[in-house]
Design a binder for this molecule. Structure first.
Ligand code: HEC
Length: 137
C-alpha cells in the first residue's frame, strides 16, 4: 500500500512538473490533476517535505502530540514554527538535543523524552522533519 501511494505521489509530481504550461488543471487525458495536499511554501515540492511527513507520522510518532492547528499534548505545529521562524531557530538542531526550548520550556521534559528517537535518526531525517514542519504557514 505504502509503495502504491508513493508511486502515485511521484506520478502526480511528474505530471505537475511536465505539465506546467497553461493547462494546469487537467492532464493530457483530460483528467483533473489533484492538487497536492502536502502544504508547502515553495512552488516546487521538496522531496524532503514528503520524507519529513512520513517520519513525522511514522517512526517519529510526532503526530501523537503535535497537530497542525490545535494543541494536543504538545503545541501545534503552526505555533512551534511561528516561533522558530521569528527567532530563526533550527528544529533539526533542537531535536538533536542541541539548544534550549523556545516554545514552552515548562513542558520541555515531555518533549525531551523523544530525543531518544530523533537522536537515533540521521541528520538528513532530522532535516526532513524540520522542513516538513516549517512548510506549514
Ligand atoms: C509525548 C508527546 C510528544 C511527542 C511524541 C513529540 N513531542 Fe514535540 N513537544 C511536546 C511538548 C509537550 C512540547 C512543549 C515543550 C517544549 O517546547 O519543549 C513539544 C515541543 C516541541 C518543539 C518545540 C521545542 C521548543 O523549542 O520549545 C518541537 C520543535 C517539537 N516538539 C518537535 C517534535 C518532533 C519533530 C517530534 C517527533 C519526532 C515530537 N516533537 C514528538 C510533546 C511531544
Amino acid at each position: 500500500m505504502k509503495f502504491i501511494s508513493k508511486s502515485l505521489f511521484v506520478l502526480v509530481l511528474v505530471f505537475s512538473i511536465t505539465n506546467c504550461s497553461d493547462k494546469k488543471e487537467t492532464d493530457k487525458y483530460g483528467n483533473t490533476v489533484e492538487e497536492n495536499s502536502i502544504p508547502t511554501t515553495e512552488t516546487t515540492i521538496d522531496p524532503l517535505v514528503a520524507k519529513g511527513r512520513e517520519l513525522f507520522e511514522g517512526k517519529g510518532t510526532c503526530t501523537a502530540c503535535h497537530k497542525p492547528d490545535v494543541k494536543v499534548v504538545g503545541p501545534s505545529i503552526k505555533e512551534i514554527t511561528k516561533i522558530y521562524k521569528e527567532k530563526g531557530a533550527s528544529i533539526a538542531s533542537f531535536i538533536n538535543g542541541e539548544g534550549e526550548p523556545i516554545v514552552d520550556a515548562s513542558q520541555y521534559e515531555i518533549m525531551k523524552a523523544n530525543f531518544v528517537i530523533t537522536k537515533a535518526m540521521t541528520s538528513e531525517e532530522r532535516r526532513a522533519l524540520e522542513i516538513y514542519m516549517m512548510s506549514f504557514e
